[in-house]
Design a binder for this molecule. Structure first.
Ligand code: COA
Ligand code: AMP
Length: 628
């Protein structure tokens, strides 16, 4: 069956399609029904079923006789170590950790924050939570203490599992002081913390609160898998929205299992025994779905890579990992390839890659140059696919396991079964092919996608459902061509994408506005050759401020780093007298982006004072932007 038939099969009988996909999962109680529309327009899936995530990701493979197969390969050029964990070992380790959590009072429904770098223990912590029905929330290591504190207060964890440190090529990231500062800042306090001590930095433990990872597991009874309802949250993952408060995306257990299992064969064309590698981080959705859960649910071997695309030690690092571990499908962000291409423009460091069948790109728009480079030098299909933290897997892709459709460069190809993607005008009417509009998905969204935001149903409705009734609003703008291929062009909100990381300009503005000399500010994303976009701040200073501008800029850069974290990559700001606004007071960020990027732009009809744009252009030229 080709793509068109599979898509039609879903369209004609979504219930039958998903119940059949559910056959790939081991159930404690099988679902009799797929969709639960009793609270429409809020939808849930497999609510009458009972299941356990960890059983499906670990134990069932041991039970099927594959205990000796590697489950995780940890390849860490930053520490110079490599380590293989089989499925049988993983089962032991996860059951023990789950037992230790249970002994300390963690029960079904309790939240556990995980703040760890790219070590297998991060996956084990996620799986241990799933084993006992606890809900994890992984926080990316590049976030500062304040961001961690915000997440602690939002999901109120009973426990936090952290590592003593992370390792970036240029420095050791001291996780423990960040954790301590976050707990100090947060109103909610966890009952206890578990600290995984790494030999690169052993952290001082806080007596009465912190437990050592190994000591805490000593002598405990391993925990069995606890059945949970199909709609029980497997995890909460915070992602950037328009404001500084991150959105807690909820991932429902059963839909997550069914959908990820389906994607492993249909999109990535891998199955039990194959080696799959997503070069991302467990702190992002790609890491949740395709470093941890997807490959393990499908019985693959997953690679946990603690390194960079370049500099650890060079631009051949990815190819070494692929060849050494016999990777079949590989997933990364276009930024990573751009970094490699910059160091190795002619692909001289790319060896033959005999095991690799395809390269998958996501997280940001894949530019044609990067795709051409990869096609030429890797000599495998390069598959761009489009998805979001909210969906947890691809909305549009080229489903290699079903049919290798013709690739159209610049397009992540076609909608996957489950997603009825429409391009709408401002009034919510579908537009004709080739016309730009807001991309929306007809409700219900398929299994595994977010049913709501953690403790914020109103915000869920407002952010995603209210604007276009009957649809989920993706926040992306683009168009569909005559062949049904999608083109994702830009965000419609204040979200920018820096090195494949989703960031909120609103959150950065909130931090800048807290600086004592800043009266008003705006942050935009300007085009960046390596990272896709890069944040740039505009600062209007208080009337009385006579401080040197470069001093204020430096302090603002530091403030964003301290409050949001290095991952924001906020390194540039300019001081201006005024910001361009509409007569109703809305800052004209879109026009500023066009000017900064040297793109053609039109004077907005609603602008309050056109002369301000000349001042903005001059300020941008002073830092090398706004070139003609
Ligand atoms: N913990 C702590 N700090 C981190 C971090 C982590 N896990 N990850 C990144 N940082 C820090 C970096 O050290 C850097 O700090 P600096 O300002 O002191 O140099 C800052 O955050 C920005 O990091 P990064 O975006 O990684 O930029 P870079 O210039 O160090 O590297 C690339 C550039 C292209 C190599 C890198 O961005 C990359 O690998 N990108 C791909 C990312 C990816 O896979 N995204 C997919 C998500 S689906
Ligand atoms: P995240 O939630 O971090 O995965 O970011 C999701 C956003 O990244 C999407 O809404 C898009 O704006 C962007 N994005 C992800 N994948 C692609 C892609 N293949 N092409 C274009 N944009 C993408």
């Amino acid at each position: 069956m080709g793509y068109a038939q599979v898509y039609d099969q879903w369209r004609n009988d979504p219930e039958g399609f998903w119940l059949s996909a559910a056959g790939g999962i081991d159930w404690v109680k099988k679902p009799a029904k797929a969709l639960d529309d009793s609270r429409a327009p809020l939808f849930e899936w497999f609510t009458d079923a009972e299941v356990n995530t960890c059983w499906n990701a670990v134990d069932r493979h041991v039970a099927a006789g594959r205990g000796k197969q590697p489950a995780i390969i940890h390849d860490s050029p930053v520490t110079g170590t490599k380590h293989v964990i089989t499925y049988a070992e993983l089962q032991d380790r996860v059951a023990r950790l789950a037992g230790a959590l249970k002994a300390r009072g963690i029960e079904k429904g309790d939240r556990v924050i995980i703040y760890m770098p790219m070590v297998p223990e991060a996956l084990e912590a996620m799986l241990a939570c799933g084993r006992i029905g606890a809900i994890h929330s992984v926080v990316f290591g590049g976030f500062a203490a304040h961001e961690l504190a915000v997440r602690i207060d939002d999901c109120t964890p009973k426990a936090i599992i952290a590592a003593s440190c992370g390792i970036e090529p240029s420095r050791v990231v001291h996780y423990k002081p960040l954790l301590d500062a976050a707990i100090d800042q947060a109103a909610h306090k966890p009952d206890f913390c578990v600290i995984f001590q790494r030999e690169q930095e052993v952290a001082a433990l806080t007596p009465g609160r912190d437990l050592d990872w190994h000591a805490f597991q000593h002598g405990v009874t391993p925990a069995d898998c606890v059945p949970v309802a199909g709609n029980h949250p497997a995890y909460i993952l915070y992602t950037s929205g328009t404001t500084g408060a991150p959105k807690g995306v909820v991932r429902p257990t059963a839909g997550h299992l069914v959908a990820l299992n389906w994607t492993m064969r249909a999109i990535y064309n891998v199955g039990a025994g194959d080696v799959f590698w997503a070069a991302s981080d467990v702190g992002w959705v790609v890491g949740h779905s395709y470093i941890c859960y997807g490959p393990l649910i499908a019985g693959c071997t997953t690679v946990v890579y603690e390194g960079k695309p370049v500099g650890t030690p060079d631009a051949a690092a990815f190819w070494r990992v692929i060849n050494e571990h016999k990777v079949r499908s590989f997933f990364t962000a276009p930024t990573a390839l751009r970094a490699i291409k910059r160091d190795d423009p002619d692909g001289k460091l790319v060896p033959p890659l005999p095991t690799l069948q395809a390269l998958y790109l996501a997280g940001e728009r894949a530019d044609p140059d990067t795709i051409h480079w990869a096609q030429t030098h890797l000599k495998v299909p390069v598959i761009d696919h489009w998805w979001q933290t909210e969906t947890g897997y691809a909305i549009a892709a080229n489903p290699l396991g079903i049919e290798h459709l013709p690739v159209k460069i610049g397009s992540p190809s076609v909608p996957m079964p489950g997603f009825d993607v429409q391009v709408l005008d401002e009034g919510g009417h579908p537009v004709s092919p080739g016309t730009l509009g807001a991309i929306a998905i007809k409700l219900p969204l398929p299994p595994g996608t977010l049913p709501t935001l953690w403790n914020a149903e109103d915000r869920f409705r407002k952010s995603y459902l209210d604007h276009f009734p009957g649809y989920y609003e993706t926040g992306d703008a683009g168009y569909v061509d005559e062949d049904g291929y999608l083109y994702i062009m830009a965000r419609t909100d204040d979200v920018i994408n820096v090195a494949g990381h989703r960031l909120s300009t609103g959150a950065m503005e909130e931090v800048l506005a807290s600086h004592k000399d800043v009266a008003e500010c705006a942050v935009i994303g300007v085009a960046d050759e390596l990272k896709g976009q890069s944040p740039l701040g505009f600062l209007c200073l208080n009337k009385g401020s006579n401080r040197p501008h470069d001093e204020v800029v430096k302090e603002c850069v530091q403030l964003v780093r301290d409050q949001i974290g290095p991952v924001a990559d906020f390194k540039r700001a300019v001081v201006v007298d005024r910001l361009p606004k509409t007569r109703s007071g809305k800052i004209l960020r879109g026009t500023m982006v066009k000017i900064a990027d040297g793109q053609p732009w039109k004077m907005p009809a609603t602008i309050d004072d056109p002369a301000i744009l000349d001042e903005i252009t001059l300020a941008l030229r002073s830092i090398g932007l706004a070139k003609d």
